[in-house]
Write a protein that binds this ligand. Structure first.
Ligand SMILES: *Cc1c(COP(=O)(O)O)cnc(C)c1O
Length: 412
């Protein structure tokens, strides 16, 4: 922990520290949980830092590919060394301009979320005289999951409703500039138990096989989604799924037996599992105050630096857990951890068990390598974005800061 204190002194707080050794370890662990031959897409949404993306691509025997959904993520993926043919472009609101930029950059694989989306992709491809491969993202009719964030089975901006596919298929197969090569499912996030995950994959594989048999959906490439769980902003290890690999192989043998001959290429995707545990946020204690019997520990990092999505009430409230250099377990106190912003929404933990802290102390929020800096309200109240320090083997590899929140002139 004292190495963190050194970095905090050197780069100031708030500062993220990303450990590339942990990124590599996470990738190897996740590949180990999957059957041989699976591709793994890294969702840059979780953390687009090029050093992290580069680590996922370059080191190790099995490189990740990149899953992106914006021009900014495209730039980051390319900066990290991904070649265009290693990129999958997804998202419900791909604009014509973005699509053209992606095609111009050489991206040739898109996940489409509606018939119009497919036509937009085809138009962008046509502009460059190429044909691109498309996965149809499927909004399944129902699922089996009991945990995690379910994203399918209801009306949704994501995916094409499965029940409409048989009637739509002939038209979807004939969109100029595109070739439908498979399906993309992403039905859950952050599944903490293995049975939910396997239940969901069973449903996805069964649905894919049915759509192929009944609607003529091609299955050269099948992306079955993700859902791998990793703790957020509290201590703890990445979830292990000891039965996943064998369970998934059995499900594949049952529903898509030709997977063994490589007739159908298979892919999974993950953001949080690959980058979450690599990152810690170092925050400085600015003040400690008592108000009507309650203690408030005021940090220099709030929802502008971490947990921003919670701050705007869009996700479960953050309950950040901190770790700290000294062993303070015995002398802990109860208090609220709050950030520096002028809004009561800038709360990181309420009535939490905290070490005895004073101004000038540095606390560490672990497991924030995913959905940290770029998922926060960086421009809100005009504080500088946290520094992002990348380390490997204890040595600093790079230090940078996002440049959001500035005003730039635009020409009409
Ligand atoms: C957000 C997202 C991911 C990453 O989700 P994690 O829970 O971070 O693994 C992967 N695929 C799609 C389509 C997503 O929208």
């Amino acid at each position: 922990m004292s190495k963190y204190r050194e970095l905090a002194e050197k780069f100031g707080t708030p500062a993220y520290v990303y450990d590339l050794d942990v990124v590599a370890e996470s990738r190897d662990q996740l590949f180990g949980l999957l059957p041989e031959g699976f591709h793994l897409f890294y969702a840059l949404k979780a953390n687009p830092h090029p050093e992290i993306a580069r680590e996922l691509r370059e080191s190790g025997d099995r490189p990740c590919r990149a899953e992106i959904s914006s021009t900014g993520e495209l730039a980051n993926a390319l900066a990290a060394g991904f070649t265009p043919d290693e990129i999958l472009y997804t998202g419900p609101g791909k604009t014509n301009g973005e699509l053209e930029q992606a095609v111009a950059a050489g991206v040739r694989l898109f996940s489409v979320e509606s018939p119009t989306d497919l036509r937009h992709v085809g138009a962008a491809a046509g502009k460059y005289g190429v044909t691109v491969s498309c996965l149809l993202r499927v909004n399944t009719t129902q699922g089996s999951a009991s945990t995690g964030i379910r994203m399918m089975g209801r009306p949704s901006q994501f995916g094409i409703d499965a029940e409409t596919l048989p009637a739509l298929m002939p038209a979807l197969m004939a969109v100029p500039g595109t070739r439908v090569v498979g399906a993309h499912f992403f039905t859950m996030s952050n599944a903490k138990d293995e049975d939910s995950l396997l239940g969901e994959y069973e449903f996805v594989l069964r649905s894919a096989a049915e759509l192929r048999d009944e609607a003529g959906l091609p299955l050269e490439l099948l992306d079955i989604g993700g859902g791998f769980s990793s703790p957020y902003a509290v201590p703890g290890p990445r979830t292990d799924y000891p039965k996943l690999r064998a369970g998934l192989e059995a499900l594949l043998d049952l529903h898509l037996p030709e997977w063994r001959s490589g007739e159908v290429e298979l892919a999974c995707e993950s953001g949080r599992y690959l980058s979450g545990s690599s990152g810690s946020l170092l925050a400085g204690v600015v003040n400690v105050k008592e108000s009507r019997g309650s203690r408030f520990v005021i940090l220099d990092a709030g929802i502008n630096a971490v947990g921003g999505l919670s701050g705007i009430g869009r996700l479960l409230p953050a309950a950040v857990g901190i770790t700290e250099g000294e062993d303070t377990g015995e002398n802990g106190v109860t208090g609220s951890l709050v950030g520096p912003l002028c809004t009561p929404g800038d709360s990181l933990a309420k009535a939490a068990r905290l070490p005895e802290l004073s101004p000038g102390d540095v606390v560490t929020v672990p497991n924030v390598g995913a959905y940290g800096a770029t998922a926060s309200l960086i421009a809100f109240l005009g504080r500088p974005a946290p520094a992002e320090v990348v380390v490997r083997g204890g040595e600093v590899v790079s230090a940078s800061r996002l440049d959001y929140g500035r005003v730039y002139e635009v020409s009409p």
